[in-house]
Design a protein around this ligand. Structure first.
Ligand code: TXD
Length: 310
């Protein structure tokens, strides 16, 4: 492995893991180690990706393995390992299976990459990132969950399609747990700084909120498995903010200690990601209705976390 490049370990070489590896290569974020329990899959995917590098103009290295030794000293660890949703399943239905997997991975990360910034993707997200933090014992600035960036991106994409204005000019903030009761914070959604109501009727806004909340399920219904391109792009945005010290404000599952009236749990809130990892939690001045929607979403997260016996 070349000195001087960052090392990014991707635990889980499935649909999201493979796409993450390709995005790491395209953006030359660092050398990649792809890990999976299925023999041949990480090796095969890395061979395929290595062959694309001359065309992609990318000089990073990609290794595919079935054990953790090659992950030693990772700068970033991204965990997608686990079972994905199938039709008829909620994200919470995955909790038992994925909890065991997450625990095993957290032990390896603690042992081999004690200084890594860890991004958890596996569902049920808010509970799995909690397991990672508890078992690794890592500080809260180095364990974060990806969900809000994706939910926000879905919202922005739907708004853009509806009003015919660039996705780049639409800012949004989808907070709360990564479940169907996630909370698009409409007062903080704008089109180039102009409130959304200037462009859309309340009826249209409500329909976009509903579609965003159900967007994961909409994909599962069509593909019979969950989305992978947009989740991978969302994770890479977070990893890049860390590796390039961008200090981006992003909606992510962060460990709260009193912020938003929540203590000792992960929940989707705006945070600043830079070289220090989760550098701070941004506390929005919420009104009563917004606070109550966030609490409703949190109540669901709390139930799932309660079922995770560590
Ligand atoms: O917004 C979000 N957070 C999400 C999360 C958006 C979409 C999907 N989300 C969840 O990510 C989804 O519900 C799953 O829990 C994960 C991964 O989704 P993906 O689509 O990549 O699932 P795959 O293709 O089934 O890949 C999972 C891989 C697969 O290759 C398994 O063999 C592997 O994980 N796996 C393991 N790898 C390493 N170590 C262990 N223990 C292990 N167990 C399974």
């Amino acid at each position: 492995m070349a000195l001087g490049r960052k090392k990014i370990s991707l635990i889980g070489a499935g649909a999201i893991g493979g796409t993450l590896a390709h995005l790491c290569a395209l953006k030359e974020l660092g050398d990649v180690v792809l890990v999976d329990i299925v023999e041949g899959v990480p090796q095969g995917k890395s061979l395929d990706l290595l062959a694309a590098r001359p065309i992609d103009g990318s000089d990073i290295h990609i290794t595919g393995v079935n054990d953790y030794a090659a992950t030693r000293g990772s700068d970033v660890v991204i965990v997608t390992a686990g079972l994905p949703r199938r039709p008829g399943m909620s994200r919470d239905d995955l909790v038992d299976k994925n909890k065991g997997i997450m625990k095993g991975i957290a032990e390896q990360v603690r042992e081999l990459s004690p200084d890594a910034f860890v991004i958890v993707v596996t569902n049920p997200l808010d509970a799995m990132v909690y397991v990672m933090k508890r078992v690794s014992g890592f500080p809260k600035n180095r364990v974060v969950g990806m969900a809000g960036v994706l939910d926000t991106s879905r919202f922005r994409s739907f708004v853009s399609n509806e009003i015919g204005i660039s996705v780049q000019d639409i800012t949004a903030m989808v907070l709360g747990g990564h479940g169907d009761d996630m909370v698009p914070m409409l007062r903080f959604c704008t089109v180039a700084g102009v409130p959304l109501e200037h462009f859309l009727s309340q009826e249209k806004i409500d329909a976009i909120v509903k579609r965003t909340q159900m967007a994961g399920g909409e994909v599962v219904g069509l593909l019979k498995t969950s989305a992978w391109v947009s989740p991978a792009a969302s994770v890479i945005d977070m990893a890049e903010a860390y590796l390039r010290d961008k200090k981006r404000v992003m909606a992510c599952a962060a460990y709260l200690e009193g912020e938003y009236g929540i203590d000792g749990y992960y929940l989707g809130v705006p945070i600043v990601i830079g070289a220090g990892g989760v550098e701070r939690v941004v506390e929005l001045p919420l009104n009563e209705a917004e606070k109550s929607a966030l609490q409703t979403s949190f109540a669901r997260v709390k139930d799932v976390v309660a079922s995770v016996q560590l």
